[in-house]
Design a protein around this ligand. Structure first.
Ligand SMILES: N[C@@H](CCC(=O)N[C@@H](CS)C(=O)NCC(=O)O)C(=O)O
Length: 214
């Protein structure tokens, strides 16, 4: 029996709306057809209750009965255990999914996040920007070769694609995929899925409702 709650902020400023990482969890839950609830935690005032679940004061986390999981990658792995639509049971496909999930987090997102911070800050001059832009270009050049040969990273659609496509769509938002057509097509393919559209649109609607209630 599933009793899953996804916890996210009660409000965020406009720029990150649609990109807050609870979308990864909701996307996965929608793909798997698992029931869930959303709960919110204050963005402005992060108290001990928040830090008890997420030691960095961030979101998302999920709870399932008395289990609490933080880090979007860990949450995706946790949800993957509940559905082979998210994480295959075949041994080879399973480890391929896990390696691509971790590659998304540790080889791509560690580069795409600093790159996006430069973009959000409109700080695109100087040595630091050149370095991070070159770093991302190098990662995307290698990823492009892989994605050009397959629809999904581990054969069939999985949590690895949820993670990878979600981080890449932020790069795409700043036109960072313009020289990487296969990667751009991959993001388009992933984000055309009804489960993603529902998860993203509901996130945007929630934050808009919070504006209206304020
Ligand atoms: N590695 C974490 C990153 C979480 C993260 O960056 N969350 C953002 C929202 S998407 C956040 O809470 N930002 C506010 C902050 O860092 O204080 C994960 O994947 O869950």
């Amino acid at each position: 029996m599933s009793d899953i709650t996804v916890v996210t902020y009660d409000w965020v400023p406009l720029p990150p709306r649609g990109h807050v990482r609870d979308v990864r969890l909701c996307w996965a839950l929608e793909e798997a057809g698992l029931p869930y609830r959303i709960e919110t935690t204050p963005f402005a005032d992060r108290g001990p209750q928040h830090f008890a679940h997420q030691p960095f004061g961030q979101v998302p986390w999920l709870t399932d009965g008395d289990i609490s999981v933080f880090e979007s990658g860990a949450c995706l792995l946790y949800l993957g255990e509940k559905s082979d639509k998210l994480l295959p049971t075949d041994k080879r496909a399973r480890i391929e999914t896990i390696e691509w999930l971790i590659a998304g987090l540790n080889s791509m997102e560690m580069v795409s996040v600093p790159w996006s911070i430069h973009q959000f800050s409109n700080d695109k001059q100087g040595a630091a920007w050149e370095r991070v832009d070159g770093w991302l270009t190098s990662r995307l050049t290698n990823l492009e070769k892989v994605i050009g040969r397959r629809d999904w990273l581990a054969g069939t659609f999985s949590i690895a694609d949820i993670l990878m496509a979600d981080l890449l769509r932020l790069v795409d938002r700043f036109d960072g995929l313009k020289n990487f057509p296969a990667t751009k097509a991959y993001v388009t393919r992933a984000t055309a899925r009804p489960a993603f559209i529902k998860a993203r649109d509901e996130q945007i609607a929630r934050f808009k409702a919070a504006d209206a209630a304020a």
